[in-house]
Design a protein around this ligand. Structure first.
Ligand SMILES: Nc1ncnc2c1ncn2[C@@H]1O[C@H](COP(=O)(O)OP(=O)(O)OP(=O)(O)O)[C@@H](O)[C@H]1O
Length: 273
């Protein structure tokens, strides 16, 4: 579905991401990990043309049948939100302070061509409910919501148009662990309902262990290792991956879990509420 081929990202001074090849399949949860500054955010931003000024990309980004590197900006804008959506760590940035949640959601749908007001309203309500938020929040301003509620509203906004790919860049880092966990459970639920793929950027190996189907590890602008979650966690090939896993306390659990600390799924059930 998404295929990056020899993607290189440069600023005027240096190469920031070098010849990265990576794919994300339909419905897949792909975790992108690696130390700060390794290029994860830039890589994710490049996918739909969101690179900052002064930073450029070369190589190929294929999205289904389309080459995004050469897609005109107008078409990229259409794709964003509708097919590819972002959830950022700075979820407050998704909102303008003096517009209600309803106004944000309504405008988002209008921009993407939904003309029927009643349908827009209904879809906004459903989106909030699907994130376990009361529809009463629609009439509130962003500052009248708690951090956890606002992040869930930001996710509801990102999922409003049922995108095929959700890019979550440290989406729960700013939240306490209970709220963060709850949000990821809701995201997984949505993923199962809609079949969307998730490109999940995180430093938290507990989340990788719990949610990822596949893992890609970045170091200094390169992907040094990628593969199936169990393979990467239980048999990491690259010394850097081994180092990262060894430094993640949650993964160093004693028996009876697997060597990676992976718990059987049934042991996790019931923890999500
Ligand atoms: N606008 C920019 N201009 C020049 N260099 C940049 C720009 N934005 C980021 N960089 C540099 O590119 C490199 C990769 O940054 P990026 O934000 O993608 O890392 P990251 O892996 O997402 O880090 P973190 O985990 O801390 O978010 C860093 O060295 C960073 O300083």
């Amino acid at each position: 579905m998404l295929e990056l081929n020899k993607l290189t990202i440069r600023s005027r001074e240096s190469v920031l991401v070098e010849e990265v090849s990576l794919s994300v399949g339909a419905g897949e949860w792909m975790a992108l990990v690696g130390e700060s500054g390794s290029g994860k955010s830039l890589l994710s931003q490049s996918i739909s043309g969101l690179l900052p000024t002064g930073v450029g990309a070369s190589g190929s980004i294929r999205w289904n049948d389309q080459e995004l590197m050469t897609l005109p900006a107008r078409q990229l804008r259409k794709l964003r939100g509708k097919e590819i959506a972002y959830i950022f760590q700075d979820y407050q940035g998704a909102f303008t302070p003096f517009r209600t949640i309803a106004q944000h959601m309504d405008e988002y749908q209008q921009v993407h061509g939904e003309k029927n007001r009643q349908q827009r309203r209904e879809r906004s309500q459903q989106a909030l409910e699907s994130m376990s938020l009361s529809v009463e929040l629609l009439n509130r301003y962003p500052f009248q919501l708690s951090g956890g509620q606002l992040q869930r509203a930001a996710i509801a906004l990102a999922l409003l148009l049922s995108p095929r790919l959700v890019i979550a860049d440290e989406a729960t880092t700013a939240l306490d662990s209970v709220s963060g966990h709850r949000i990821l459970e809701l995201l997984r639920q949505k993923q199962q309902e809609t079949g969307c793929a998730i490109l999940f950027i995180t430093h938290d190996w507990r989340h990788v262990r719990r949610y990822a189907d596949r893992i890609a590890v970045m170091k200094e602008g390169k992907v040094v290792e990628s593969g199936n979650r169990h393979r990467v966690l239980d048999h990491p090939r690259h010394p850097y991956t081994r180092q990262l896993i060894a430094a993640a306390p949650m993964l160093e659990r004693p028996e009876p879990t697997l060597r990676s600390g992976l718990e059987p799924l049934h042991a996790l059930e019931g923890q999500s509420q």
